[in-house]
Ligand binder design. Structure first.
Ligand code: NAD
Length: 413
């Protein structure tokens, strides 16, 4: 498939066929409800003005205000933003968040501009973005944006409107008056671990007897590893961009985290054998968790994977061609839109806290996160069994059933 938008449409059409979706609804969902391209003029440090291109895609708002991330990257394309907004509709539907799908971005390289230029660019995005607001369209963070950028977005929004409204922006710092939620850093990894636990239960696997291999030991990979380790899983190997460490008796994740804290990388960890990360995905294990980058499981290596379960912590780690091979080989795949939805769930909890003014301790956030991930996993597994389809198609069918129900009941079809 040539681009990510075609890939999104492929999944949509596959699910639509299973559901016997009405043609007019499919047509509506096959395009963003609104797609805008706009420019942001920025005063550069040398006194010149540079004009940056920005996009915002609102896929559908039958299920609530459109929500989610803002990418800042030099090779950003409109197709990428459109596709990601459709994925967000599916992700929100999957984990029962009353929100539509949104995604935005700015074509720029944050590493090639100063901090002051970056701040003016981010504030410019909010000034030029319309419509926006807590009940309309809510931007969050993504590649090239983080908590500081979101705090600037909120400040700019509040300067324009003249009122405090923390629910208008997501992924903010958990600082008094800024309205972020505790538990945001851990949310995605914790959700991945929760899905893994639910899947192993459903497959009759015991944590103490299940071995895990994880590619990527950053925010998501390390929290997933630590959460599974604490549940008794044997973490056989983990890798990062520089290399991998293996231990057939299981890695001690607490001391590995200390090693990474001290050195920046997993390589050289004394409690395991350091190797290059090339063959990592093909290591014999019960559970394989890609938690680094996209397109790492391909038609080339899928026939050689030696695992029972793949939990997609990274976005789009499996190509559609590889997916077909894994289905034929009866390897269960928990797709990214379900497995890594923990971050979206905590964004929803952040919004609930922002709207109510009642801010929670981490324990309450985790309790809600775990409960809602379990519910989403259970619903998806039920659809998979009832319709005898792959878990990836089941995720789409489950979410689209909710979206189309909202569209129908609003009288849109
Ligand atoms: P991160 O930058 O914190 O960590 C990425 C890790 O992957 C690092 O350990 C890095 O060294 C490693 N890595 C990079 N390229 C690699 C390669 N080619 N081979 C092996 N390891 C490699 O990123 P993150 O926030 O942990 O995100 C990881 C993945 O999860 C990404 O695909 C991201 O889109 C997805 N994701 C993240 C979140 C989130 O909340 N952070 C939410 C949803 C999805």
């Amino acid at each position: 498939m040539s681009n990510v938008w075609e890939e999104a449409l492929f999944n949509l059409e596959k699910a639509a066929k299973v559901m016997n979706m009405k043609p007019d609804i499919l047509e509506r969902l096959s395009k963003p409800m609104r797609f805008t391209e706009f420019t942001i003029p920025v005063r550069m440090d040398d006194g010149t003005r540079k004009v940056f291109t920005a996009y915002r895609s609102n896929h559908q708002d039958a299920t609530g205000p459109t929500k989610d991330g803002t990418r800042v990257k030099p090779d950003l394309t409109p197709e990428e933003i459109k596709a990601l907004s459709l994925f967000m509709s599916i992700k929100h539907g999957t984990v029962n968040i009353p929100a539509g799908g949104g995604k935005g971005g700015i074509k720029a390289d944050p590493s090639h501009i100063s901090e002051g230029e970056y701040e003016r660019l981010i504030r410019g995005f909010i000034r030029k973005l319309r419509p926006k607001g807590a009940w309309t369209d809510v931007p969050g963070a993504d590649i090239g944006t983080g908590k500081q950028a979101m705090a600037w977005m909120l400040d700019e929004y509040e300067q324009i409107t003249g009122e405090h409204c923390p629910a208008a922006i997501n992924d903010k710092p958990a600082v008094l008056g800024i309205g972020g939620s505790k538990g945001g850093f851990e949310a995605t990894g914790r959700g991945v671990a929760r899905c893994t636990l639910e899947a192993t239960r459903a497959m009759g696997m015991k944590p103490q007897k299940s071995s895990v291999v994880i590619q990527g030991f950053g925010q998501v990979g390390s929290i997933t590893a630590k959460t599974l380790y604490d549940q008794g899983f044997k973490i056989l190997a983990v890798s990062d961009i520089k290399g991998a460490v293996f231990n057939n008796s299981g890695l001690d994740i607490d001391s590995l985290l200390d090693h990474v804290q001290a050195t920046g990388f997993v390589s050289g960890y004394p409690g395991g054998e350091t190797k290059d990360g090339k063959g990592l995905l093909e290591t014999e294990c019960d559970i394989l968790i890609p938690a680094a980058v996209q397109d790492v499981i391909t038609a080339e290596n899928a026939p050689r994977l030696n695992t029972r379960l793949i939990v997609e912590a990274a976005n789009a780690p499996t190509t559609p061609e590889a997916d077909q091979i894994l289905e034929e080989r009866n390897i269960r795949v928990i797709p990214d839109v379900l497995a890594n939805a923990g971050g979206c769930l905590v964004c929803d909890l952040e919004r609930i806290q922002g709207l109510s003014g009642d801010y929670w301790e981490e324990e309450r956030v985790y309790e809600q996160l775990d409960k809602r991930m379990m519910k989403a996993y259970g619903e998806t597994e039920r659809v998979m069994k009832e319709k005898d389809i792959s878990m990836r198609t089941a995720v789409w069918v489950n979410a689209l059933e909710k979206i189309t129900e909202a569209m129908e009941i609003r009288g849109w079809s």
